[in-house]
Write a protein that binds this ligand. Structure first.
Ligand code: S3P
Length: 185
C-alpha cells in the first residue's frame, strides 16, 4: 500500500507590507491547506500585540520567541502554509529552520511599495517615527542578501494583485513537486 506523502510546507518571507499574510490567506483557500502566521502565533501565546512585546520586553525578546517557535515548527514537521515576520530571515539560524520547514518563497518589493501600503500603519514598531521611507529603504538594503539567501523562489510582488501572486505560487509549487517526485524525496 502506498502511503500518501505529506506536502512540504510553503513558507512566505518578505519585508513588512510585502503581502505575506494576505497572499498566505488566499493561498490557503486556493489550495485548501491551513495557514499560520508566526507573528499571530506569538501574539496569541503572549496575550499581547507585537508592538506591546517590543515596548515591554524589547526586540531581543521578540527575536528569541521567533526562533523558538520556528524550532518547534521544524521539530514537529509543520507542513501547511506559513507566513513569518519580516525580520525572521535575518538570523542564519532562522534561515536554516525556514528551509527545514518547507519551500521558502520570497515576496520581493520596492521601498516605495512598502511605504504606500503601510502609510499610517502603527502596528510595525520598526517603522514608527520620522521619515518611514528612509527607514524602509535602509532596512530593505540591509536585509536584501538575507532574504535572497533564505529563498528557494523569488517573486516580484510590486505591481501585481494578490491573486496573480497566488497563481504564480501555485505554478511554482507544481514545479517543486515534480522535481521532488523525480529526485524521489
Ligand atoms: C518585523 C516585521 C513584523 C513583525 C515585527 C518585526 C521586521 O512582521 O514581525 O514588527 O523586523 O520586519 P510583518 O512583516 O508581518 O509586518
Amino acid at each position: 500500500m502506498r502511503r500518501k506523502r505529506k506536502h512540504r510546507a510553503i513558507v512566505l518571507i518578505g519585508f513588512m507590507g510585502s503581502g505575506k499574510t494576505t497572499v498566505g490567506i488566499r493561498l490557503s483557500y486556493r489550495l485548501r491547506r491551513a495557514m499560520e502566521d508566526t507573528d499571530k502565533m506569538i501574539e496569541r501565546r503572549e496575550g499581547r500585540t507585537i508592538s506591546t512585546i517590543f515596548a515591554e520586553e524589547g526586540e531581543g525578546y521578540f527575536r528569541e520567541q521567533e526562533t523558538a517557535l520556528l524550532q518547534e515548527l521544524a521539530d514537529k514537521g509543520y507542513h501547511q502554509i506559513l507566513s513569518v515576520g519580516g525580520g525572521t530571515p535575518i538570523k542564519e539560524e532562522n534561515r536554516k529552520l525556514l528551509k527545514k520547514i518547507g519551500t521558502v518563497i520570497y515576496l520581493r518589493v520596492r521601498p516605495e511599495t512598502v511605504y504606500e501600503r503601510l502609510k499610517g500603519d502603527n502596528t510595525r514598531p520598526l517603522l514608527q517615527g520620522d521619515n518611514p521611507l528612509e527607514k524602509i529603504t535602509t532596512l530593505l538594503e540591509q536585509r536584501k542578501a538575507a532574504y535572497e539567501e533564505a529563498a528557494d523562489i523569488v517573486l516580484d510582488a510590486d505591481d501585481k494583485d494578490m491573486d496573480t501572486i497566488v497563481e504564480e505560487i501555485v505554478e511554482e509549487m507544481k514545479e517543486v513537486r515534480k522535481h521532488h517526485e523525480t529526485v524521489g524525496h
